[in-house]
Design a protein around this ligand. Structure first.
Ligand code: HEM
Length: 183
């Protein structure tokens, strides 16, 4: 895997993305903001942001060789010109999840919840990047980021509602769904 990339998501007056909505799915919401700046790289000091979330890309935990190859062959990258809609979904999982052994988490994540199998159905329309932030002492454990074209927004809604009804989501105790658009 390439070197981890540190990414800061800052809600405030500036940024490429217009915040269309901030919805608390589980737990409390984040403060309202007009725009979202996505800043790649180490230091980011946006003076006026109303909130800032930081994470980093990392090595894969769950995908086996076959799954990793399959995902790689179907996924598209970020910044496609037609992908003018995005979602930032910060997620925290419960203490019970983190107390499990890795094989138990994999069992819930894929064998019981089919996270990768379900997600793959939505490729290549939905582009994604997963950021880990538990190790940074951040409020959330993951910052999940998705980009798609307006015509694929209904499919994205379908995807999130399917994932939220899986056994994996019983271990999610904080989730905020932030929807974005850009010109
Ligand atoms: C576009 C379709 C999707 C695909 C193909 C997909 C695929 C994946 C894969 C492969 C991983 C595991 C990476 C690893 O091996 O460590 C993962 C993790 C994760 N995904 Fe998705 N995903 C999709 C959509 C979503 C959505 C819509 C959400 C949120 C609503 C989401 C939330 C997460 C979270 C929180 C993790 C981290 C799980 C953990 O490590 O405990 N994913 N996803």
């Amino acid at each position: 895997m390439t070197k981890p990339l540190i990414v800061t998501f800052a809600g405030g007056p500036e940024g490429l993305w217009t915040i269309e909505s901030i919805t608390a799915v589980t737990g409390e919401s984040l403060a309202t903001a007009q725009r979202l700046a996505v800043v790649e790289g180490e230091a980011h000091h946006a003076a006026q942001s109303s909130w800032r979330l930081r994470g980093a890309t990392s090595n894969s935990r769950y995908a086996d060789r076959h799954e990793a190859t399959n995902l790689r062959s179907q996924q598209e990258g970020l910044n496609r010109s037609r992908a003018t809609m995005a979602a930032l979904i910060p997620i925290r999982k419960t203490v019970a999840w983190w107390d499990l052994a890795q094989d138990e988490r994999r069992e819930i994540f894929e064998e019981r919840s089919r996270h990768m199998a379900i997600g793959t159905e939505y490729l290549p329309a939905i582009a994604r990047r997963l950021h880990h932030c538990r190790e940074f002492g951040e409020p959330f454990d993951f910052l999940t980021w998705f980009e798609f074209a307006p015509e694929d927004a209904p499919a994205f809604d379908d995807l999130v509602s399917r994932l939220r009804s899986t056994p994996e989501w019983q271990y999610v105790d904080w989730e905020v769904d932030i929807r974005l658009s850009r010109r």
